[in-house]
Design a protein around this ligand. Structure first.
Ligand code: ADP
Ligand code: MG
Length: 250
């Protein structure tokens, strides 16, 4: 579904991503691991259109999306979450979800006002969808809570919920387990698995929690120094000598 071809990106003299090639297969939950500074987040930024690569190409479903802006990728069904969630803290959880489709449609206030009847109907549908998403995420009891008051793990779930409000096909998750307590971690793992199995979402996730990677991901890709070091099952990656060295040498 996503193909990364010989992508490089330098910041000043530092090669953050260097001649990197990899694939995320349709329907997979692909894990992306590697020591700090390996270039994982930069690669996500490039795939999701936030950072333009110096060279190389990104394909989505065979279509060249190199340099395509995030909001357009959003329309094409590719979205990313951030290591640190970007919620609107003074809006409620439900309102945070309801914002997403409006942003996706690029609706302006004037056009909405001119078609207020249709928009009203649409708003009801969006609210229903938000409630359905909150049920799925087991966050229904927090629908009217201010998003800023959620715990770290609940914010990560809300981030996933925002992906569900779109017609996303591929979701890039940057450390969905970081700073999340055990109970909520299990809930996040279960949510990702169900979205993959029941709703056909493809995921690529960066994670340091190896238990989470082992539980969810196949294949696992290990990056180091801007490029792919190894790809395989978690078992194969664990046994890989170059991978061990990359982690030890860090
Ligand atoms: P990872 O997510 O694997 O920890 P990053 O992609 O965040 O790695 O970073 C890769 C390298 O690029 C690091 O050395 C980091 O300091 C550097 N880097 C990342 N973003 C920038 C930036 N905007 N400007 C300068 N250097 C950056
Ligand atoms: Mg990172």
């Amino acid at each position: 579904m996503i193909v990364v071809e010989n992508v490089s990106k330098a910041f000043g003299g530092l090669k953050a991503v260097h001649d990197c090639s990899l694939e995320v297969a349709d329907g997979s939950i692909t894990g992306l691991i590697g020591p700090n500074g390996a270039g994982k987040s930069t690669l996500f930024g490039i795939i999701a259109g936030f950072i333009r690569p110096d060279s190389g190409r990104i394909l989505l479903d065979g279509r060249d999306i190199t340099g395509v802006k995030p909001h357009r990728l959003f329309h094409l069904g590719l979205i990313r979450t951030f290591q640190i969630p970007h919620e609107f803290s003074r809006m409620t959880v439900r309102e945070n979800l309801m914002l997403v489709p409006a942003a996706q449609k690029g609706e302006s206030l004037v056009t909405s006002w001119l078609r207020w009847g249709a928009v009203w109907q649409q708003e009801v549908e969006i609210a229903d969808k938000a409630d359905e998403v909150l049920d799925f995420l087991q966050l229904a009891h927090l629908a009217d809570e201010l998003a800023g008051r959620l715990s770290g793990g609940q914010k990560k779930l809300l981030d996933i919920g925002r992906a569900m409000m779109t017609d996303a096909k591929v979701v890039l998750l940057d450390e969905p387990g970081a700073g999340v307590n055990r109970t909520l971690l299990a809930q996040i793992v279960e949510t990702i698995r169900r979205l993959n199995r029941e709703r056909g979402y493809t995921f690529c996730l960066i994670e340091h929690d190896m238990d989470m990677i082992a539980e969810l991901c196949d294949p696992v890709i290990c990056m180091a120094q801007g490029t792919v070091l190894a790809k395989g099952t978690m078992e194969e990656i664990r046994a890989n000598e170059a991978v061990r060295e990359a982690y030890l040498g860090h």
